[in-house]
Design a protein around this ligand. Structure first.
Ligand SMILES: [Zn+2]
Length: 277
């Protein structure tokens, strides 16, 4: 009888010790894991993190932005111009979203057009106010003064605080070397650290060089399209009529060949060139 009681006591005691030990262990594991999670999340760069929740949009006729394994991001630099309306008409007719990297030159004159681009669901992004290489690439402060100027201008027109940027000449430009050694490296680091998202391109319509026909622009563009993310460089200035004219055929080719269209947002994976200065 005494022996049985002893055995039961030992079993009970052992059970209690094991239970207590397991509880302490569980607590420890919990503390370690909880402590780890915020650090891991902090280490993820904003553009690589999980999609941001979609905030309600004030836009009326938003064109769907569809990201697939063959996506085209049409981008138009140096506008607005008298051709922007023609580009917007084509995009509306084809139900295709795009991204406009605007400059200060004609922005006052075409405020309604810029507003229309925004209201129709396109991204109105920041290129430069002056687009003057000598000025913006002479000093870091000049670049950021110029950027703030175009940012405020776009905000006053659209009510949107754009953080999407394309550097004049792209981040691979070498012209900046003439004015300030290393300036593009410093600028892009600051942009990355300050919640700006800069985008270069990986498909060039070629419309920056000389006066191409609409057929040349069409062929340059479609021959460079590929699987994955296609960021297409085009221009929207008064002398680029052939770009606006090539657009319908480019869109038709893309749709016939299974591409979808999207506009650049903070969630878009960035395409960056190699920085040469
Ligand atoms: Zn430009």
């Amino acid at each position: 009888m005494n022996n049985k009681l002893k055995i039961i006591s030992v079993i009970l005691l052992t059970f209690l010790i094991v239970a207590f030990a397991m509880r302490s262990l569980y607590k420890k594991v919990e503390i370690v894991e909880v402590g780890k999670i915020p650090i891991a999340f902090n280490q993820i760069k904003p553009e690589l993190s999980i999609k941001h929740p979609k905030t309600p949009s004030p836009r009326t006729n938003e064109i769907p932005s569809v990201v697939s394994d063959k996506t085209i991001y049409l981008t138009f630099d140096d506008g607005p111009s008298y051709l922007t309306t023609q580009i917007l008409d084509t995009l509306k007719q084809e139900n295709v979203p795009a991204t406009f990297f605007v400059i200060g030159a004609h922005i006052d004159e075409y405020q309604d057009t810029v507003k229309r681009a925004y209201n129709e669901g396109h991204t109105v992004a920041l290129h430069s106010f002056t687009h003057n290489y000598k000025y913006i690439y002479s000093a870091d402060q000049n670049y950021f003064d110029d950027l703030n100027k175009i940012k405020n201008k776009v905000y006053n027109i659209t009510g949107n605080n754009s953080r999407i940027i394309r550097l004049p000449g792209g981040s691979s430009n070498t012209v900046s070397k003439k004015y300030n050694q290393g300036i593009v490296s410093r600028i892009t680091n600051k942009l990355n650290d300050n919640d700006y998202y800069y985008f270069d391109w990986n498909v060039d319509s070629g419309d920056a060089s000389g006066k191409l026909t609409k057929d040349q622009i069409y062929h340059n563009t479609i021959s460079a399209l590929h699987q994955g993310q296609n960021i297409v460089l085009m221009h929207d200035t008064a002398v680029k009529k052939s770009t606006a004219e090539a657009l319908p055929a480019i869109i038709k080719y893309a749709k016939d060949n299974g591409y979808t269209f999207a506009r650049i947002t903070k969630d878009t994976r960035t395409t960056h060139h190699h920085i040469n200065n």
